[in-house]
Design a protein around this ligand. Structure first.
Ligand code: KIV
Ligand code: ZN
Length: 512
């Protein structure tokens, strides 16, 4: 019989730690719902003690998501652990994930603690957490660069205190697949009570090997939980990508012989949602979810695939959520067709009111654009939920003028705390003029560190999806906006970024 492989998603915690990827509570809940549809086993919803915003998000997700285990990260101290337990009260199944660094470098330079002090604190925290929650995960941070003898002592001790999952992070992405796999294997062989816990892998992608290392941890090391994020989102070069690791285990079941609960049909929608919410664009050649992942350009390949699909395809595009028929709806499509397509895309809007509002926007878009693609619908739904949130700034309308030889001008109408304001400016181009007009009123003082436009469905008729990254007082946020008019999309993205800049309180970093 095949073993079960647990998929632990940390998009909302480790993924969110990526600079600029911060999400609002409602955005996190939308992603959590999509992860539930995807049937991930554990959702790490945040780091409850890091900020009030994170606490609220963990609490909201714990109260709303009933199929997955909901987890909160916490440092190894009583206050953090109590906050995590408090936020998780409403969960059907809750997990507290506590961590402390165990590498000589981190203990000496970061924690300024001796190994014996770290061992004591790890034990105490797991003991404390175990009194509040039955499901306890322990991570020795920078575990892969830790001394093997010391790590064995810490792990044995925390299992004795009641830790049910032992996660071995390659915090800095230093591992090599074979070495990491053997590291987990040795730990499991040397820790006397290793069979009392589930072993987990958590790999960062600094050398581009997070997926390979995780799979080696499973195959060679015998781990039965993988920690990963949608699109590999995460600090620096990111984490192990859920879509890649899941499809590797599914496609090569002959080799891994492991069962997964994941419903892969929802992978693409999850990838799109995370990309649109965070503004982190998915590269076209990204495995499984990139625009070209199933595109065959060469004549020989096209001919082969038409004759027999498996000549050049090892997975079916439909199995991960790509639809065969990409032109889905148009001006004449009705409400039912729209609702059905939403369902097929794995999007469930919370209420009839939301569905009606999304349908109205769909009609508005269909008046301006003859063919509506899946990508348009997903962007529209995302835009709709942005519009629903009571944000400080909201887009109303825009007029711009540009002509060869003249300085472009824009007048933007937007709301500030519900009140309409009009602001105008000139700029180097119509986008520049529009954003300057908004900034002239908002006076955020933020520096723009990235501006990018992406044609959602690949032609000039398509909607432009704009990402704006702003930096202010050490905080980095991404704003996203979509519209067939890229100047309007840019203004929406800028306002979205301003809302994010103003909405989040300071937070404590997990690896700080
Ligand atoms: O990478 C890491 O070490 C982490 C821990 C907090 C689990 O994310
Ligand atoms: Zn991590």
């Amino acid at each position: 019989m095949a073993d079960q492989l647990i998929i632990f998603d940390t998009t909302l915690r480790d993924g969110e730690q990526s600079p600029g990827a911060s999400m609002t509570k409602d955005e996190k809940l939308r992603i959590a719902r999509q992860l539930e549809r995807l049937k991930v086993d554990v959702i790490e919803a945040g780091f409850a003690a890091s900020s009030n915003g994170d606490f609220d998000a963990v609490q909201l997700i714990a109260n709303s998501i009933k199929d997955a285990t909901i987890c909160s990260l916490s440092r190894a101290n009583d206050r953090d652990i109590s906050r995590a337990a408090e936020a998780l009260k409403g969960a059907n199944r809750a997990r507290i994930h506590t961590f402390i660094a165990t590498s000589a470098l981190h203990m000496e330079k970061k924690l300024r603690m001796s190994p014996e002090q770290v061992l004591e604190q790890a034990k105490q925290s797991v003991r404390f957490a175990r009194n509040l929650c039955a499901d306890i995960e322990f991570s020795p941070e920078d575990g892969y660069r830790s001394d093997m003898d010391f790590l064995c002592r810490v792990i044995e001790a925390v299992i004795n205190e009641g830790a049910t999952t032992i996660n071995v992070p390659d915090t800095v992405g230093y591992a090599i697949p074979e070495l990491y796999g053997n590291f987990i294997k040795t730990l499991r062989e040397r820790v006397p009570n290793s069979d009392k816990a589930i072993w987990s892998v958590h790999c960062h992608n600094d050398l581009g090997m997070a997926v390979a290392n995780s799979l080696a941890g499973v195959k060679i090391g015998g781990a039965r939980q993988i920690e990963c994020t949608i699109n590999g989102l995460g600090e620096r070069a990111g984490n192990c990508a859920l879509e890649e690791v899941v499809m590797a285990v599914k496609t090569r079941r002959d080799y891994f012989n492991l069962d997964l609960n994941i419903d892969a049909q929802h992978i693409l929608a999850a990838s799109r949602m995370v990309s649109q919410i965070t503004g982190f664009v998915v590269q076209p050649n990204k495995a499984v979810v990139g625009a070209n992942a199933f595109a065959h350009a060469s004549g020989i390949h096209q001919d082969g695939v038409l004759k027999a699909r498996d000549t050049y395809e090892i997975m079916r595009a439909e199995d991960v959520g790509w639809s065969a028929n990409k032109i889905v709806l148009g001006k004449l499509s009705g409400r039912n067709a729209f609702k059905q397509r939403l369902q097929e895309l794995g999007v469930s809007l919370e209420s009839e009111v939301e569905t009606n509002a999304a349908f109205a926007r769909f009609k508005e878009l269909a008046d301006r654009k003859s063919e509506i693609f899946d990508e348009d619908i997903l962007a529209l739904v995302n835009d709709e939920s942005l519009a629903n949130v009571q944000e400080q700034y909201g887009f109303v309308s825009l007029v711009q003028h540009s002509e060869t030889g003249e300085r472009p001008y824009a007048r933007v109408v937007f709301t500030v705390d519900g009140k309409e304001v009009t602001s105008e400016a000139e700029g180097n181009g119509p986008v520049d003029a529009s954003l300057k007009a908004i900034e002239a009123h908002a006076q955020s003082g933020a520096e723009m560190v990235l501006y990018s436009v992406n044609a959602i469905s690949g032609s000039t008729e398509s909607q432009g999806e704009v990402t704006v990254r702003l930096q202010n007082s050490g905080r980095v946020v991404n704003g996203v906006g979509a519209d067939p008019d890229i100047v309007v999309a840019s203004a929406k993205a800028y306002l979205h970024a301003l809302n994010k800049l103003h909405s989040k309180a300071e937070r404590v970093a997990a690896q700080g």
